[in-house]
Design a protein. Structure first.
Ligand code: FAD
Ligand code: SF4
Length: 529
């Protein structure tokens, strides 16, 4: 019979860090690691193939690295016949086989998973020790203390607190480098009409034998799931993640700030870092990322606005979002302040739409498991918000399709920032705009059959129609928000006839599965091919 263990350290797919607190005091002679690939994690939402593949590939590399370091790793692969299919079921099997005295885990990144592990441990009559996740700059408790007694939470205050605490981008007097805390105003440039030019392409990682085996498994086991694997080239080990970081700092960080909000047809990466998945799986330490960006600025290799803009995303937004998740869960997942009830349009799973901006963002998402922030916020998220899609359905889509999607980061971004379903808890106003915003920030409209300046009529841009319809539907609520005053005032200038036309067209879009209906005689894109 197998010798009983002292500690079984539970490692989840987004905890691939051998320095995690769960490993403190780990003794390879008496303790072991537990990891499991289970179908439930790909099926509780309709997880895309790239997302599942990335998690499994990185998990197998971590398993192999731990075994090479002398650890016993109790690991279940997805296609093992006895696989129970759930984390709780697999943990129960492992405990029966290894009889540990206790279980230790670092704080999970998903409320559902945390509860499932607690429930399983309780049933097994074992203690589950949950240790603080040191990966983050701020603990869950730090954020709770920050939030105490505040009527409103805002990124800026929390970000400044962390800059001071960790001495990031401060001058010798302890004041913000350059005199300002935030250089966002310098970071909103689009590209010239000729486009972004030659953007240095990000370093890519050819799948090795371990990753290729995972790709084949996912293709077979999740054949009906969305997304494609042909272009899979994500970093799956800490060494690869560090190479990706070094490449970004050297080749693209300098222009990150200026073009952070810009989009261009067929250019998925532009000057973005492509590091979110490596960070969220804990292949990469955010301290290392922030330090590398600051060092590049101090060495005169990148402008302050770029370094600060990038650092704000990691030290600011990423930490703030996590704080909000744990402060508000589990109720946060069910908020719906705007009473939105529409279904998610079917074309979000295919990219089959005439709207050029959405087509590009959706196809790229399904192809790569990636879209950058402005595509997520001001194209896909903007559209579902203004269409009135039920926030829970939008959340499930985002959780399913992006390789970096873990609930603690995905859910507040979708529910709070993008869908305004928390009524302004996370962000002070809904991010709404007409198609003219997309026209300004990209070249999409030039190749689109719709006109971003028009809200009514056959060629009206659905974004523009839905924008005015959104203001009309929520006029009373928005009028009470000073940051929306100008937009509400502009709505008041519309004639009642125009309002009625827009309302009718918005209703027709909703009745046509979220797409603009065509008048007879207007050719479709496909019929022109
Ligand atoms: P860059 O543009 O290079 O930014 C650098 C890093 O900053 C990112 O890698 C990320 O770690 C961090 N970051 C930037 N913005 C945010 C933010 N708002 N919240 C948290 N971290 C941020 N990010 C995820 O990691 N997982 C998600 O599931 C996710 N879902 C999102 C859904 C919506 C609706 C929106 C609006 C944003 C979402 N984000 C999510 C945040 C952001 O869009 C992604 O982190 C970013 O696009 C990832 O690409 P990148 O690594 O090239 O980022
Ligand atoms: Fe998107 Fe409207 Fe521009 Fe077409 S016209 S690309 S739908 S914003």
């Amino acid at each position: 019979m197998t010798k009983p263990l002292r500690v079984l350290v539970l490692v989840l797919g987004d905890q691939l860090n051998a320095d995690a607190s769960a490993f403190d005091g780990f003794d390879p002679a008496r303790d072991a690691v537990w990891m499991a690939e289970v179908a439930e994690e790909s099926e509780h939402v309709w997880s895309s193939k790239p997302r599942t593949a990335l998690f499994l590939a990185a998990m197998r590399h971590f398993r192999d690295e731990r075994r090479a370091a002398g650890c016993t790793v109790h690991y279940t692969e997805l296609d093992e016949p006895e696989n129970a299919g759930t984390l709780a079921g697999e943990l129960t099997r492992a405990v029966a086989a290894r009889r540990p005295e206790r279980l230790v885990v670092t704080e999970p990144g998903d409320w559902r998973v945390w509860r499932a592990l607690e429930g399983a441990a309780e049933k097994l009559g074992l203690g589950l020790e949950v240790r603080v996740d040191r990966h983050f700059f701020a603990s869950i408790e730090d954020f709770r203390i920050h939030a105490l007694g505040r009527k409103q939470l805002r990124l800026e205050f929390f970000y400044r607190e962390l800059r001071r605490r960790y001495q990031v981008l401060l001058d010798p007097a302890g004041e913000p480098e350059g005199g300002e805390w935030n250089y966002d105003a310098d970071n909103r440039e689009g590209f010239p009409k000729t486009g972004p030019g030659l953007v240095p392409p990000p370093v890519v990682f050819e799948p090795d034998a371990t990753t290729r085996a995972v790709l084949a498994l996912v293709e077979k086991r999740f054949a009906g799931h969305p997304g494609r694997l042909a272009a899979f080239d994500w970093p799956v080990t800490p060494a690869q993640a560090r190479r990706a970081l070094a490449d970004f700092i050297a080749a693209r960080l300098a222009s990150f700030g200026r073009h952070q909000d810009a989009m261009w047809q067929g250019e998925p990466w532009l000057y973005h870092s492509r590091l979110s998945a490596a960070l969220n799986l804990k292949l990469l330490d955010p301290r290392e990322v922030v330090a590398a960006a600051e060092a590049a600025y101090r060495a005169g290799r990148v402008p302050l606005a770029s370094a600060e803009g990038f650092i704000r995303q990691i030290l600011g937004w990423r930490e703030y979002i996590r704080g909000v998740y744990w402060l508000r869960m589990p109720d946060y997942a069910a908020v719906n302040a705007l009473g939105a009830t529409e279904a998610l349009p079917q074309f979000f799973w295919t990219g089959d739409t005439e709207m050029a901006c959405l087509r590009d963002a959706l196809r790229q998402t399904l192809e790569l498991g990636y879209a950058h922030h402005i595509q997520r916020l001001m194209v896909t998220g903007l559209y579902t918000l203004m269409l009135g899609v039920e926030p829970r359905r939008v959340h499930e889509w985002y959780l399913a399709v992006y390789v970096d999607a873990v609930e603690w980061v995905e859910l507040p971004n979708v529910i709070g920032m993008s869908q305004h379903a928390d009524g302004g808890f996370l962000a002070s106003k809904p991010y709404v705009a007409t198609g003219k915003y997309i026209q300004r920030m990209s070249n999409h409209c030039a190749g689109c059959r719709f006109d971003p300046a028009r809200a009514d009529g056959e060629n009206a841009c659905p974004f523009t129609t839905l924008y005015w319809d959104f203001l009309r539907r929520h006029e009373a609520r928005l009028a009470a928000n000073p940051r929306m005053a100008l937009q509400v005032k502009n709505l008041a200038r519309q004639s009642s006839a125009l309002r009625a036309q827009i309302e009718a067209r918005a209703a027709a879009i909703r009745a046509h599965g979220g797409q603009a209906p065509r008048a007879a005689g207007i050719p479709t894109q496909d019929s022109l091919l």
